[in-house]
Design a protein around this ligand. Structure first.
Ligand SMILES: CC(C)(COP(=O)(O)OP(=O)(O)OC[C@H]1O[C@@H](n2cnc3c(N)ncnc32)[C@H](O)[C@@H]1OP(=O)(O)O)[C@@H](O)C(=O)NCCC(=O)NCCS
Length: 175
Protein backbone atom coordinates (compact mmCIF):
# COMPACT_ATOMS: atom_id res chain seq x y z
CA UNK A 1 0.00 0.00 0.00
CA UNK A 2 1.33 3.47 -0.87
CA UNK A 3 1.93 5.68 2.16
CA UNK A 4 1.11 9.39 2.04
CA UNK A 5 3.44 10.10 4.94
CA UNK A 6 7.05 10.49 3.79
CA UNK A 7 9.51 8.35 5.68
CA UNK A 8 12.32 10.14 7.54
CA UNK A 9 15.34 8.19 8.77
CA UNK A 10 19.07 8.61 9.33
CA UNK A 11 22.17 6.87 8.10
CA UNK A 12 25.78 7.46 9.07
CA UNK A 13 27.57 9.94 6.82
CA UNK A 14 30.61 8.69 4.90
CA UNK A 15 33.53 10.44 3.21
CA UNK A 16 31.69 9.95 -0.11
CA UNK A 17 29.01 12.36 1.11
CA UNK A 18 31.46 15.26 1.56
CA UNK A 19 30.96 16.85 -1.93
CA UNK A 20 27.18 16.82 -1.34
CA UNK A 21 27.62 18.25 2.15
CA UNK A 22 29.91 20.98 0.79
CA UNK A 23 27.27 21.99 -1.75
CA UNK A 24 24.56 21.99 0.95
CA UNK A 25 26.63 24.09 3.38
CA UNK A 26 26.97 26.74 0.67
CA UNK A 27 23.21 27.14 0.23
CA UNK A 28 22.00 30.55 1.50
CA UNK A 29 19.30 29.21 3.86
CA UNK A 30 21.92 27.05 5.60
CA UNK A 31 24.75 29.62 5.53
CA UNK A 32 22.39 32.02 7.35
CA UNK A 33 21.96 29.72 10.37
CA UNK A 34 24.92 27.32 10.36
CA UNK A 35 28.31 29.01 10.34
CA UNK A 36 27.38 32.26 8.63
CA UNK A 37 30.01 31.75 5.97
CA UNK A 38 30.42 29.74 2.78
CA UNK A 39 32.97 26.97 3.41
CA UNK A 40 35.41 25.72 0.77
CA UNK A 41 35.49 22.00 0.01
CA UNK A 42 38.80 21.70 1.87
CA UNK A 43 37.30 23.35 4.96
CA UNK A 44 34.37 20.92 4.84
CA UNK A 45 36.69 17.94 4.32
CA UNK A 46 38.95 18.89 7.23
CA UNK A 47 36.04 19.49 9.60
CA UNK A 48 33.44 16.87 8.61
CA UNK A 49 35.47 13.83 7.52
CA UNK A 50 33.80 11.14 9.67
CA UNK A 51 37.09 9.86 11.13
CA UNK A 52 38.08 13.43 12.08
CA UNK A 53 34.70 13.93 13.74
CA UNK A 54 35.00 10.57 15.51
CA UNK A 55 38.28 11.75 17.04
CA UNK A 56 36.28 14.68 18.45
CA UNK A 57 33.58 12.25 19.67
CA UNK A 58 31.09 13.58 17.12
CA UNK A 59 28.95 11.55 14.70
CA UNK A 60 27.73 12.91 11.34
CA UNK A 61 24.51 11.62 9.74
CA UNK A 62 22.62 12.07 6.50
CA UNK A 63 18.86 12.42 6.86
CA UNK A 64 16.90 10.39 4.31
CA UNK A 65 13.45 11.33 3.02
CA UNK A 66 11.87 8.28 1.41
CA UNK A 67 15.43 6.99 0.96
CA UNK A 68 16.88 10.19 -0.60
CA UNK A 69 19.43 12.43 1.17
CA UNK A 70 17.65 15.61 2.35
CA UNK A 71 19.43 16.78 5.51
CA UNK A 72 22.65 16.84 7.49
CA UNK A 73 22.65 16.06 11.21
CA UNK A 74 25.28 15.51 13.88
CA UNK A 75 25.56 14.46 17.48
CA UNK A 76 28.50 14.99 19.84
CA UNK A 77 29.68 14.38 23.37
CA UNK A 78 29.32 17.75 25.10
CA UNK A 79 31.88 17.15 27.86
CA UNK A 80 35.39 18.17 26.83
CA UNK A 81 34.41 19.72 23.49
CA UNK A 82 37.15 22.34 23.78
CA UNK A 83 37.31 25.62 21.92
CA UNK A 84 35.28 27.33 24.64
CA UNK A 85 32.25 25.08 24.07
CA UNK A 86 30.21 23.71 27.00
CA UNK A 87 32.85 24.47 29.61
CA UNK A 88 30.35 24.17 32.49
CA UNK A 89 29.26 20.64 31.49
CA UNK A 90 30.26 17.89 33.93
CA UNK A 91 27.90 15.10 32.76
CA UNK A 92 29.68 12.60 30.47
CA UNK A 93 26.24 11.35 29.35
CA UNK A 94 25.16 14.66 27.82
CA UNK A 95 25.04 14.78 24.01
CA UNK A 96 24.51 17.71 21.69
CA UNK A 97 22.79 17.75 18.30
CA UNK A 98 22.56 20.03 15.24
CA UNK A 99 20.85 19.60 11.88
CA UNK A 100 19.84 21.40 8.70
CA UNK A 101 17.50 20.52 5.84
CA UNK A 102 19.29 20.82 2.49
CA UNK A 103 16.41 21.97 0.28
CA UNK A 104 14.86 25.33 1.20
CA UNK A 105 11.61 24.21 -0.45
CA UNK A 106 11.25 21.49 2.22
CA UNK A 107 11.38 23.82 5.23
CA UNK A 108 8.37 24.31 7.46
CA UNK A 109 6.62 21.05 6.57
CA UNK A 110 7.30 19.15 9.76
CA UNK A 111 10.25 17.22 8.34
CA UNK A 112 12.76 18.87 10.71
CA UNK A 113 10.67 17.84 13.71
CA UNK A 114 10.67 14.26 12.50
CA UNK A 115 14.38 14.39 11.79
CA UNK A 116 15.13 15.70 15.29
CA UNK A 117 12.92 13.01 16.85
CA UNK A 118 14.73 10.33 14.83
CA UNK A 119 18.12 11.70 15.87
CA UNK A 120 17.17 11.90 19.55
CA UNK A 121 15.84 8.33 19.42
CA UNK A 122 19.12 7.23 17.82
CA UNK A 123 21.23 9.06 20.41
CA UNK A 124 19.24 7.54 23.30
CA UNK A 125 19.93 4.01 22.02
CA UNK A 126 23.23 4.46 23.88
CA UNK A 127 22.26 3.66 27.50
CA UNK A 128 25.02 5.98 28.74
CA UNK A 129 23.21 9.03 27.34
CA UNK A 130 21.33 11.02 29.99
CA UNK A 131 20.09 14.02 28.00
CA UNK A 132 20.42 15.82 24.66
CA UNK A 133 20.91 19.55 24.25
CA UNK A 134 20.95 22.00 21.38
CA UNK A 135 21.65 25.70 20.90
CA UNK A 136 19.71 27.50 18.16
CA UNK A 137 20.29 31.21 17.63
CA UNK A 138 17.74 33.32 19.55
CA UNK A 139 16.33 34.70 16.29
CA UNK A 140 16.01 31.28 14.61
CA UNK A 141 12.36 30.97 15.62
CA UNK A 142 11.69 28.16 13.16
CA UNK A 143 14.45 25.99 14.64
CA UNK A 144 13.39 26.77 18.23
CA UNK A 145 9.78 25.83 17.46
CA UNK A 146 10.95 22.67 15.69
CA UNK A 147 12.98 21.58 18.73
CA UNK A 148 10.03 22.30 21.03
CA UNK A 149 7.78 20.13 18.89
CA UNK A 150 10.42 17.39 19.06
CA UNK A 151 10.37 17.42 22.88
CA UNK A 152 13.03 19.96 23.85
CA UNK A 153 12.38 22.68 26.44
CA UNK A 154 13.94 26.11 26.52
CA UNK A 155 16.26 26.45 29.52
CA UNK A 156 17.94 29.86 29.20
CA UNK A 157 19.78 32.19 26.89
CA UNK A 158 23.52 31.52 26.76
CA UNK A 159 26.57 32.82 24.93
CA UNK A 160 28.53 30.24 22.93
CA UNK A 161 31.73 30.68 20.91
CA UNK A 162 29.34 31.22 17.94
CA UNK A 163 27.40 33.94 19.78
CA UNK A 164 24.11 34.13 21.72
CA UNK A 165 21.97 31.00 21.69
CA UNK A 166 18.90 29.49 23.32
CA UNK A 167 19.97 26.51 25.44
CA UNK A 168 17.41 23.72 24.98
CA UNK A 169 17.31 20.23 26.53
CA UNK A 170 15.55 16.92 26.11
CA UNK A 171 15.93 14.52 29.06
CA UNK A 172 16.03 10.76 28.63
CA UNK A 173 12.41 9.52 28.78
CA UNK A 174 11.48 7.47 31.82
CA UNK A 175 11.44 3.74 31.08
C1 LIG B 1 15.68 24.27 11.59
C2 LIG B 1 15.10 23.22 10.67
C3 LIG B 1 15.91 21.93 10.76
C4 LIG B 1 13.66 22.94 11.16
O1 LIG B 1 13.05 22.03 10.26
P1 LIG B 1 11.62 22.37 9.60
O2 LIG B 1 11.19 21.18 8.86
O3 LIG B 1 11.70 23.66 8.86
O4 LIG B 1 10.74 22.57 10.93
P2 LIG B 1 9.25 22.08 11.20
O5 LIG B 1 8.42 22.33 9.98
O6 LIG B 1 9.27 20.70 11.73
O7 LIG B 1 8.80 23.05 12.37
C5 LIG B 1 8.96 24.43 12.21
C6 LIG B 1 7.96 25.18 13.10
O8 LIG B 1 8.36 26.55 13.16
C7 LIG B 1 7.31 27.37 12.70
N1 LIG B 1 7.92 28.51 12.07
C8 LIG B 1 8.41 28.62 10.82
N2 LIG B 1 8.91 29.85 10.64
C9 LIG B 1 8.73 30.51 11.79
C10 LIG B 1 9.02 31.81 12.24
N3 LIG B 1 9.63 32.70 11.43
N4 LIG B 1 8.68 32.16 13.50
C11 LIG B 1 8.07 31.28 14.32
N5 LIG B 1 7.79 30.01 13.97
C12 LIG B 1 8.11 29.64 12.71
C13 LIG B 1 6.49 26.49 11.79
O9 LIG B 1 5.19 27.00 11.62
C14 LIG B 1 6.55 25.17 12.56
O10 LIG B 1 5.72 25.20 13.70
P3 LIG B 1 4.20 24.63 13.70
O11 LIG B 1 4.24 23.23 13.18
O12 LIG B 1 3.78 24.73 15.14
O13 LIG B 1 3.40 25.53 12.80
C15 LIG B 1 15.02 23.72 9.20
O14 LIG B 1 14.13 24.81 9.12
C16 LIG B 1 16.36 24.14 8.63
O15 LIG B 1 17.14 23.33 8.22
N6 LIG B 1 16.58 25.47 8.60
C17 LIG B 1 17.77 26.05 7.97
C18 LIG B 1 19.07 25.80 8.76
C19 LIG B 1 18.89 25.89 10.25
O16 LIG B 1 18.27 26.81 10.78
N7 LIG B 1 19.45 24.91 10.97
C20 LIG B 1 19.33 24.80 12.40
C21 LIG B 1 20.44 25.45 13.10
S1 LIG B 1 20.16 25.35 14.86
Amino acid sequence: MRTLTPHVELRLMTADDLPMLHEWLNRPHIVAWWQNERPTFEEVRVKYLPRVMAADRATPYIGLLDGCPFAYAQSYVALGCGGGWWEDVTDPGLRGIDQSIADAALLGQGLGTRLVKALVTEVFTDPAVTAVHTDPAPDNARAIRCYEKAGFRRVREIVTPDGPAIYMRCERPSP
